[in-house]
Design a protein around this ligand. Sequence first.
Ligand code: FAD
Ligand code: SF4
Length: 387
Amino acid sequence: MSNEMYYVQASDPAILEKGECGGAVTALFKYLLDKGIVDGVLALKKGVDVYGAIPTFVTSSEDLLSTAGSLHCAPTMWGGIIKEYLQDAKIAVPVKPCDMRAIVELAKRAQINLDNVYMIGLNCGGTVPPKTAMEMIKLFYEVDPKDVVKEEIDKGKFIIVMKDGSHKEVKMHDLEDNGYGRRVNCQRCDEKIPRKADIAAGNWGVIGEDAGKYTFMEVCTEKGKQLLESAEKDGYIKTKAPNPKGLEIRAKVESSMLKMGEDYKNKWLEEKYPTIEEWNRQWNKCIKCYGCRDVCPVCFCRECALTADYVDTGSIPPDPIMFQGVRMSHMAFSCVNCGQCEDVCPMEIPVARIFHKIQEKTRKELGYRPGVDDEAPPALGGSCPTQ
Ligand code: FAD
Ligand code: SF4
């Protein structure tokens, strides 16, 4: 049976005004908090400028307004935070597809209890690293990045709004062909609508006079359906049927984004994939800071194999077969292509590429997609410990 879809709008005018589209995501969070269904909402607050985002655990709906709106320069991940600090809390969280995938994988490994979590998905065309965003704004838009008060990604363009209200836009393709634009792992992402979340929200498909005033919501679970129905009954949101043309457009945009993702996969994992010699040069730079392991949202072993005597012989750089090889054996069944390992590597080693590539290989051979497929990873014997 296909998922139900709606245009949804927050009833609260302040949320509607501040929300990215119809403010529906924030309105649902408000409902969950006001009714005491969740202990808190894990969301993002804008930092000192549009390039920074602060993860925030909101426990009172009065504080929710500061978290409304989309931040495209915030490649944050929620899985690790929930696993470390909120395992026993009842929470709601807005999830990009890679967030969703990490949370689902952690649930399979009994690190997160999905019964405690409302996942409200955000469709995602990709994130831009803050430093790259500032550099490209100087270079391509020829303005001071500090004067930008809002950014958005729409119709294949990165758009900035300046202090004086003026807009400037550049095509994503032009930025990416020159080494700017979205993070490379977002470029090769193959999950754009997070359908493992309870509801998937976005702007794709909202057209005409409704554009910018409604959030498009696809209801993906029974829990999501009940949430939407009760929030509407209690006056937190208004819903209406989507424009049929909008439905068509949304399906077309999704499929063209997925096609683009496949093209980029081919570019980064095949055509421009480093040679063995290049990998050897890269591994020689490794200072064994463990940053790539620590930031990985899916890494959870209580006793890490990387610190076992037979792996950690004390040498720097570490033996790549042991060090990166052990990580690779875990990543083959787990990598959700969030790109965090590459983001944090102080030596700028393109680690995410090797992990994503090995995951793709495993997927081709065993058909398993972490965070998208229901069954547990083949390494756990295919049976899910949480089921
Ligand atoms: P709001 O009520 O404004 O609530 C948005 C929620 O998202 C808030 O809780 C906020 O804290 C949280 N949030 C903001 N930034 C992030 C982030 N980086 N990571 C995690 N949570 C965040 N929709 C599409 O249809 N197509 C797209 O290509 C697309 N790309 C997106 C890319 C990014 C990086 C993000 C964050 C969102 C994207 N969206 C996309 C979703 C869209 O921008 C809106 O977030 C969605 O329609 C919900 O609108 P709303 O008014 O109901 O949300
Ligand atoms: Fe090595 Fe980079 Fe990982 Fe640090 S983050 S251990 S330098 S690969």
